[in-house]
Structure formats: structure tokens, C-alpha cells
Design a binder for this molecule. Sequence first.
Ligand code: ZN
Length: 218
Amino acid sequence: MADMDRLNVERLVLGPISTNCYVIWRGGHEDAVVIDPGASSPRIGDVLDENSLKCRAIINTHGHPDHIGGNGALRDATGAPVYVGALDAHMLADPDDVFHVLARSGAKGSRLDADHTLEGGDVLKVGEMEFEVLATPGHTPGGISLLLAEDLTLFTGDTLFACGVGRTDFAGGDEQALWRSIFDVIFSLDERIRIYPGHGPDTTVAAETAWHGRLRFR
Ligand SMILES: [Zn+2]
């Protein structure tokens, strides 16, 4: 029973610009969370079915279309509510208006209102999992990261990647806010934490502080 209660993180790469979607659950429990269903895909349902899971929450790390495109289909299929950072909520209702380039690329937003909005400091409890909401603006105003502190696990969306950081040249981007989110929020966490970003491979706080340096000079 070694897998009992262990946190499982399954990564699916979805959509035209290879966005990471994560299905998260604890071994021996049926409650699952899906982070950033970037496109409607049967593979999300397959992971849920193969592991006898029930999706209890859909969380968007931010409101860009390549992270929200599958919200509607997944909510219809599972009945799970959609969560997003409060300051990004308007992007779910009007995705094409805030991100023209991606909208034209085919990463269409699903045009639905979030069921709940999240703020930094909120704690979302789903089954035996506790997601702490960290406000990490900069890539978008309402960008959030999701921390499972006991599991040393963090989902950063497009704030921080392995050896890279999110763009700030889209509507609502703020470079200074992004650096504060990375250095003052994420790099203040336990360096053993594993980081699961919105694109590309996973990394750790230790690896990224080694890459960027621990002190913010920008
Ligand atoms: Zn983005």
C-alpha cells in the first residue's frame, strides 16, 4: 500500500502551443483536480476513468486561452466548478478580446464564466488535498500559483518555467510584478518543492534559484 495517499500528478500536453494540463489526485482517493485544461481532449477523461477518479474542481492558473480552452467541455462532462484568479475572471468570458494572437492561432477560449474566483491566501480543500493559492501576477494581473505544501508541490502556470519566465508583453502584463512574484513569492518557498509549470518540463525551487540567483536585482 505504498501508493496510498501519495500525490499523483499526471501531465497532459494539450492544444496548438503545447500547454501543460495536470490531473492531480491522492492514491486511494477518487477526488481529482484538473489544472489548466487548455483544450477539449478525451485524454483528460481517459486519465479520470483509468484511475477511477471524479473531477471535483477545474482550476485555471490564469485566463489565457491556451489554458482555459477545455473548461466548458470538462465542466459539462464532470459537473466540476471552474476556478480562476479574480483579476483574470473577465478573460474567461471574453478570451478573444484579451489575447488576439492565440485566438487566431486556433486556441479558442471557451467563453464561460468562472463558478468561483480565487485570491492569494485562499485555501481550496478538495478531498484530502489542500491547495494554497499564491497571488503571482505579472504574466497576467490575476495569475495564481497553487501550492500543496505538505506534498512539496507547486503549479506555477506561466509565471515560472524550467530555466525561463513568463512573457509580460501581452495585455495586462507587468514585468516588475512578475519578478516580485518569482523572487519574493516562489523563491521564498522550501527549495525542495517541485514546480509544475504551464509549459515544458517540471523543475524545482532549488534548480530555479540556482539558475536565476536568489536575490532580485531587477
Ligand atoms: Zn499565458
